[in-house]
Design a protein around this ligand. Structure first.
Ligand SMILES: N[C@@H](CCC[C@H](N)C(=O)O)C(=O)O
Length: 272
């Protein structure tokens, strides 16, 4: 039995999408998700996305990072699935109920309300507690914003000069974040423009991260650094982020289907 998949991406953040509504799928495990995501021996992607039936929405979207861990939210995949669905959709995720509306070349997604539960951690304590690389101790305290999934954001003079391969894993695995964390480094370019790089939990640096763009925009808005509508530019391209008066975040940007294919689960260790 072969399984059909669709390969998609949003700004170069890429996904293998398996639709469990139209075919029987093997139970997803962390080793199977990681094997499919492997770029040398699998299909290759940053995130594996499962579409399943839902009682409370048009369908449910499950998200697995390249390391096989299941997570709550993925902004770029939500746009991609919005494009795949073709008409406005309500989408159940572990991070909450989202809605996606296809537009020309992409989708606009209502990402829900940001949460700031880490506000209870005094930032000075956070900076004392975080294991910062030598030479980084003077970095300003990061903002911490949850947009379904957890993010910290460091605002720096030039995000392109940051050694993210060094900073990212240290912060991702810092004991301050028991569920680990996505690590954003951002530079404010103007009241409506931010440059961003993201070290994604369970993946590493990606060409774009939709939830990272949302969390960074909200962190910058809360600090009064930008207005409530910004363009966030990542290596893969730009996203428009708005924080509406009703507290909900809206993210708009491209998403594209790359190709379709099939695979045999037996080739990935799943018994026939
Ligand atoms: N690429 C995503 C985020 C995927 C999940 C993230 N790595 C996490 O562990 O929370 C996006 O576009 O938001």
């Amino acid at each position: 039995m072969r399984i059909a998949f669709t390969k998609m991406h949003g700004l170069g953040n890429d996904f293998v999408v398996l639709d469990g509504r139209t075919q029987a799928l093997p139970p997803m495990t962390a080793p199977l998700a990681a094997a499919l995501a492997d770029r040398q021996t699998g299909i290759g992607c940053d995130q594996l996305i499962l579409i399943e039936p839902s009682d409370s929405a048009d369908f449910r979207m499950r998200i697995f990072n390249a390391d096989g861990g299941e997570v709550e939210a993925c902004g770029n995949a939500t746009r991609a699935i919005g494009v795949l669905h073709g008409v406005p959709a309500r989408i159940e995720t572990l991070g909450g109920l989202l809605s996606a509306t296809p537009i020309a070349g992409g989708a606009s997604v209502e990402m829900g309300k940001p949460r700031f539960e880490w506000d209870r951690i005094p930032l000075a304590y956070a900076m004392d507690t975080l294991t910062m690389p030598v030479g980084w101790e003077d970095l300003d305290a990061p903002a911490a914003v949850n947009v379904g999934n957890p993010h910290v954001i460091f605002f720096v003079p030039d995000c392109h000069a940051v050694d993210l391969a060094r900073l990212g894993p240290l912060i991702e695995y810092d004991p301050l974040f028991p569920d680990r964390v996505n690590v954003n480094v951002a530079t404010i370019r103007a009241r409506d423009a931010i440059d961003l790089r993201v070290w994604e939990r369970g993946v590493g640096e990606t060409r774009a991260c939709g939830t990272g763009a949302c969390a960074t925009a909200i962190g910058a808005m809360r600090r009064g650094l930008v207005d409530r509508r910004v363009t966030v530019t990542l290596a893969g391209g730009s996203l428009a982020i708005a924080w509406r008066e009703d507290d909900k975040i809206v993210m708009t940007g491209p998403a594209t289907e790359s190709f379709r294919g099939t695979f045999d689960p037996a080739d990935f260790g799943v018994p026939a």
